[in-house]
Structure formats: structure tokens, C-alpha cells
Design a binder for this molecule. Structure first.
Ligand SMILES: NC(=O)c1ccc[n+]([C@@H]2O[C@H](COP(=O)([O-])OP(=O)(O)OC[C@H]3O[C@@H](n4cnc5c(N)ncnc54)[C@H](O)[C@@H]3O)[C@@H](O)[C@H]2O)c1
Length: 255
């Protein structure tokens, strides 16, 4: 049976951990050559090593998504190694939890730089390689970008902006057959969510906000990325796909 991404090259940022790691694995299993990009070299090399050990095509490239120079250089290295880029999963991100009055300026700026500017810079330096053949860009936003979640002022603002940027890019590049979508995960069991799960009472409360009765796995999200990356979604662009166990569907309690 033909694999979904046979002959394609996928770039995944933040692929050293969590959702990005699962997305890179899923795309490799479907036949893509996968460029693993991460600022954490040890984690990124490990992901790439695990994939190549299974005979998948993968390579690690060191990248801090906040630096245009590094983004430009990393994408040039990817082209040098694999010859093309068909899929970009803009996924690197950090989470900070503060209200507006608690939030310091530096932390606000760092969150904007990683979660929003990083998406812009990676798209800017990948899209020129997609203009002739088309491609698929998937941005990792969050449910916090579409519904209010307390105590996450800067984080929510970046994710809402990623949803808006997704729609903008979808319109700007549709005539080049570049599809641009984003995913909005609910709470997913990754190192990012670890701190939220340490207190069992709070952990149960968090699970209960997801009507399907569990937190997500990185693979739950990777399956949605795979769909958007592949030709199965060939008429889907400008969409924000919630993958959230029902978190954003409404209030879970009976009223
Ligand atoms: N885990 C969740 O509950 C959840 C929910 C919704 C959205 N998300 C989003 O999913 C994405 C992945 O999160 P995760 O849960 O897998 O987190 P994670 O912490 O497990 O992985 C994030 C990866 O991004 C990398 N990274 C961070 N800053 C970087 C930078 N400046 N340049 C390059 N790489 C960088 C980290 O080294 C790490 O490998 C993020 O954008 C996050 O906001 C996560």
C-alpha cells in the first residue's frame, strides 16, 4: 500500500520532545524524509537517532527558532541534505503561566519570540522552497488560542495570533497550492504539561475539563498533523483543527 508521504520531505521544529517528536515519527513512518529541528541538541539528536535506527530517513539540525540567521541557515542545510521541503510543522513552543499583572516584560517577549516569531521566521524561509510544487504548513496553536483559559496571558495571546497568522498565510499562498492550517490541541501529556500533573487533585480537575475523559497523547495530535500534511487534506486550508477531547466544545458539567 502506498504510504501517505512517500517521497516528501518534512521539517518539524521542536521535534526533540512531545508533540513534535510524535509528529516526526508519524511522518517518517508514512515515508517522509524528516528534518528534526530543535534548540535542545541532545533531545533532537536522540529523536533523529531513534528514527534512523529504524531505517527511516531523518537528520537533526540545530535551530533556535527565534533567530532569523539560524532559521535561514538551518533551512539551507535541510535543502542541501534532502533537496526539497514539502511539509513544515511549525511546532516549537514554550508555555508560561501568568496573569497580565504578574507577567514581566522579558517573559512576555520571550513567549512572543518563540511561539509567534518562530512560526513567522520558519514559514518565511521555507515557503520559497514550496512556491513551485506547493506544500503543506501546519502550525501548532492551542485551544488557548480559541477559548479563554485562565492564567495564560502571554501564551494565549501567541496562540491566538498563530491562528490568525495561519489564516493570513493560507490566503496569501493558496495560488501556489501551499495549504496552511493549524492544530489546536487540548492538554497533552508531554514534558510541557508535566508541572500541571504533579498535584493529583489538580491533575484530576484538568482531566475532567476534557469530556472524553483523558488528556491527549502526542500521537493523538500527530495523527491530525499527518492528515493535514497529506493529500487526504488536499482541499483543506486556513483551518484551525481542534484536537482536544472536547475541551473547547463547551462546558462539560450538566446544567
Ligand atoms: N502539551 C500541551 O498540553 C500542549 C497543548 C497545546 C499546544 N501545545 C503546543 O505544542 C507544541 C509542542 O509542545 P509540547 O507539549 O510537545 O512541548 P515540549 O516541551 O515537550 O516540546 C517542545 C520542544 O520545543 C523545543 N523548543 C523550545 N523552544 C525552542 C526554540 N526557541 N527553538 C527551537 N526549539 C525550541 C524544546 O526544546 C522541545 O523539544 C508547543 O507549541 C506547545 O505550545 C502543547
Amino acid at each position: 500500500m502506498q504510504m501517505l508521504l512517500e517521497g516528501m520531505t518534512a521539517v518539524v521544529t521542536g521535534a526533540g520532545s512531545g508533540i513534535g517528536q510524535a509528529s516526526a515519527s508519524a511522518m517518517a513512518r508514512e515515508g517522509a524524509s524528516v528534518a528534526i529541528l530543535d534548540s535542545n541538541e541532545a533531545a533532537g539528536r536522540q529523536t533523529a537517532g531513534e528514527l534512523t535506527a529504524q531505517k527511516f530517513k531523518a537528520a537533526f539540525f540545530s535551530l533556535n527558532v527565534t533567530s532569523e540567521e539560524q532559521v535561514r541557515a538551518a533551512m539551507a542545510q535541510v535543502i542541501n541534505k534532502f533537496g526539497r521541503i514539502d511539509i513544515l510543522h511549525n511546532n516549537a513552543g514554550i508555555a508560561i503561566r501568568h496573569t497580565v499583572t504578574e507577567q514581566d516584560e522579558q517573559g512576555w517577549q520571550t513567549c512572543m519570540d518563540v511561539n509567534l516569531k518562530g512560526v513567522f521566521l520558519c514559514a518565511k524561509h521555507v515557503i520559497p522552497h514550496m512556491l513551485d510544487r506547493g506544500g503543506s504548513i501546519i502550525n501548532t496553536a492551542s485551544v488557548t488560542g480559541i477559548v479563554g483559559v485562565r492564567n495564560r496571558a502571554a501564551y494565549s495571546a501567541t496562540k491566538g495570533a498563530v491562528v490568525a497568522l495561519t489564516r493570513n498565510m493560507a490566503l496569501d499562498y493558496a495560488r501556489h497550492q501551499i495549504r496552511v492550517n493549524c492544530i489546536c490541541p487540548g492538554f497533552v501529556r508531554t514534558p510541557m504539561a508535566k508541572a500541571l500533573l504533579e498535584d493529583p487533585i489538580k491533575a484530576k480537575r484538568l482531566v475532567d475539563t476534557h469530556p472524553l475523559g483523558r488528556l491527549g497523547t502526542p500521537e493523538d495530535v500527530a495523527n491530525a498533523v499527518l492528515f493535514l500534511a497529506s493529500d487526504l487534506a488536499s482541499w483543506v486550508t486556513g483551518h484551525a483543527l481542534v484536537v482536544d477531547g472536547g475541551f473547547s466544545a463547551g462546558r462539560p458539567e450538566e446544567i
